[in-house]
Design a protein around this ligand. Structure first.
Ligand code: ZN
Ligand code: ZN
Length: 362
């Protein structure tokens, strides 16, 4: 049994144990298509039987992907769209009273078309159940994510030799991106953030043509996709001599990052990890300047469950991959964020980001 079949069986078990009595599941998001079938093309529909009321497990796609599906999913029946629409094929296959589990990314258009055309099928959004297995990574996934994060570390080492006053944020972002692609990344895991000077007070600032000056903080938040999996890291460096306030805020963020990290292990509520960083920042007087969650799961998609946030009550499990990224953002002045990617372990965590965290002054 290959890994994809194992995952499908696992999902089948999860869905059939649910009180909603699902008969089948429909998967269309690129991440879940890959996770459950191995198909990397992104555009297809995977229908799977959950109980005996529906038996036509298959993958439906158009002619661009026939060969790819045959190669990547040899044990799943391929249904060729040819001149039919997806709805026409669904109607033929889903021809009895069925409860269909769907992802929460199903479009409203798709949902309404089902309601209009296939009245015998009841759609139940079951995104949480379908995505749940992805929270805990297997060994193969961990090896890939480690390499993805290592590419980030290499990019950071590289960029330290490049950053200097006179360059723009765009120059730095491009250099990071070009470097990661050259190390084997297939694409970026999200739009690179390079925020300098007062721009760094915006946690998700757009990269601009602002010229780096002496006395700036430069926050770089970047990651790549390697063999389908994302990496994510943030470092803030000072260009020229930082002010006392900049140094003070940097040290607080670093301490918050380390305090949270010291508490990450299996069996802890995610919001308790968030508090380890948040309470410290609040006690230092900067609580109102740390607005976002402490971290998020990372995998096939850059922002996955669970979250280190005040609201997330999920209990950590071994081999979840999550970020630890506290920040303090002082509007109009500057911001600092330090982000590491970690793997939850039984008695602690394994840190995948190896770039230095003490304040680097360029
Ligand atoms: Zn990030
Ligand atoms: Zn992140």
């Amino acid at each position: 049994m290959d890994i994809f079949e194992k995952r499908r069986n696992n999902l089948k078990e999860l869905l059939s144990a649910n009180e909603k009595e699902f008969d089948a599941v429909l998967i269309e998001s690129p991440e879940n298509l890959f996770y459950y079938t191995g198909f990397t093309g992104g555009e297809a529909a995977f229908l799977m039987s959950v109980d005996d009321k529906f038996t036509s497990t298959c993958i439906i796609t158009d002619s661009r992907y026939y060969e790819q599906v045959e190669k990547e999913c040899p044990d799943i029946t391929l249904i060729r769209l040819e001149s039919q629409t997806y709805m026409e094929v669904f109607k033929k296959l889903l021809n009895s009273d069925l409860t269909l589990a769907a992802e929460d990314t199903m479009s409203i258009t798709r949902y309404l078309k089902f309601a209009e055309n296939i009245k015998n099928v009841k759609i139940c959004i079951a995104g949480e159940l379908i995505n749940r297995p992805r929270m805990v990574k297997d060994e193969t996934e961990l090896v890939i994510i480690k390499r993805a994060e290592a590419i980030g570390d290499e990019a950071f080492t590289h960029i330290l030799d490049i950053i200097k006053p006179g360059l723009t944020e765009n120059d730095i972002a491009l250099e990071l991106e070009f470097f990661m692609r050259k190390q084997g990344a297939s694409k970026l895991s999200f739009d690179t953030i390079v925020a300098s000077g007062a721009n760094s007070s915006m946690p998700h600032a757009q990269v601009t043509d602002r010229v780096i000056e002496n006395g700036d903080f430069v926050t770089m938040d970047f990651g790549c996709v390697y063999k389908g999996y994302c990496s994510d890291m943030t470092r803030t460096v000072a260009v020229g001599k930082p002010s006392d306030e900049m140094k003070k805020v940097y040290d607080i963020v670093l301490e918050a990052n380390m305090r949270a990290m010291a508490g990450i292990k299996e069996g802890v509520k995610c919001n308790e990890i968030d508090s380890l960083a948040r309470d410290y920042i609040r006690d230092c007087g900067y609580g109102e300047y740390f607005g976002h969650g402490l971290g998020h799961g990372v995998g096939l998609y850059i922002h996955e469950e669970p979250r280190f946030s005040p609201k997330c009550e999920t209990i950590t499990k071994e081999n979840m991959v999550i970020t630890d990224e506290p920040g303090i953002y002082l509007p109009g002045k500057f911001g600092v964020r330090i982000e590491d990617l970690v793997v939850v372990k039984k008695d602690g965590c394994e840190v995948l980001s190896h770039s230095p965290k003490e304040l680097i002054i360029i």
